[in-house]
Design a protein around this ligand. Structure first.
Ligand SMILES: NC(=O)c1ccc[n+]([C@@H]2O[C@H](COP(=O)([O-])OP(=O)(O)OC[C@H]3O[C@@H](n4cnc5c(N)ncnc54)[C@H](OP(=O)(O)O)[C@@H]3O)[C@@H](O)[C@H]2O)c1
Length: 173
């Protein structure tokens, strides 16, 4: 997920303008349009909590026709054929369903779901993109996850706009 430097992934008012940076880090990289398209095309399936889903509907649907699994206990409806709703155990969803059909599963968020994926060791990798801003308040990424989880640093990329992306492998016990 995208995070502020102080670990927030969303502001309380839901605004996302803080994710656009005007910083200029001269040694930073910029992805070409082709690289962005290749990256997006590498994702076979998205999983997200219902709050993240509802926020994405408000902001403008960015997931195209790629399969999307939305976690909710409510009865939600959609006209999109690629959106499916799921309620229940996450281990059953990931190991019993998704891993049988998809290779690269992108857990979009938000905080509630991300914490569960890490707590249950269902995430193989955690990618955190730190924006050059301190928000001071909001929804924390790892707020009181309740257990220790060692990580292996796989990759670091610094971007021209000051974003620093850390890619970790979750060390499974
Ligand atoms: N910075 C980033 O990169 C980033 C990424 C993603 C999201 N976000 C932001 O994070 C915020 C949302 O995060 P959040 O932590 O409030 O919520 P969330 O994780 O998106 O969704 C939580 C909801 O998921 C459902 N849920 C969770 N586990 C479930 C299960 N096992 N079975 C069925 N349903 C389950 C419940 O929905 P019901 O209440 O419907 O039952 C729960 O209330 C939004 O503002 C979003 O824009 C930021």
């Amino acid at each position: 997920m995208v995070s502020s430097r102080d670990g927030f992934i969303a502001k309380k008012d839901g605004s996302v303008s803080w994710m656009q940076s005007t910083d200029n880090y001269e040694q930073g990289i910029t992805l070409s349009e082709e690289e962005v398209v290749d990256f997006v095309n590498s994702i076979d399936c998205y999983v997200m909590g219902s709050h993240t889903y509802e926020h994405a509907l408000e902001l403008g649907w960015p997931y195209g026709d790629v399969p999307v699994i939305v976690l909710t206990h409510r009865v939600l409806k959609t006209d999109r054929e690629n959106v499916k709703f799921y309620s229940g155990g996450l281990e059953r969803l990931v190991n019993g369903q998704l891993k049988l059909s998809f290779r690269n599963i992108w857990m979009v968020g938000g905080a509630m779901i991300a914490k569960e994926f890490i707590r249950l060791q269902l995430a193989d990798d955690v990618v955190i993109s730190f924006m050059p801003i301190i928000l001071g308040d909001g929804l924390l990424f790892f707020d009181y996850i309740g257990q220790e989880q060692p990580l292996h640093l796989k990759d670091v990329s610094a971007y021209r706009d000051g974003m620093v992306e850390l890619c970790y492998q979750v060390i499974k016990g």
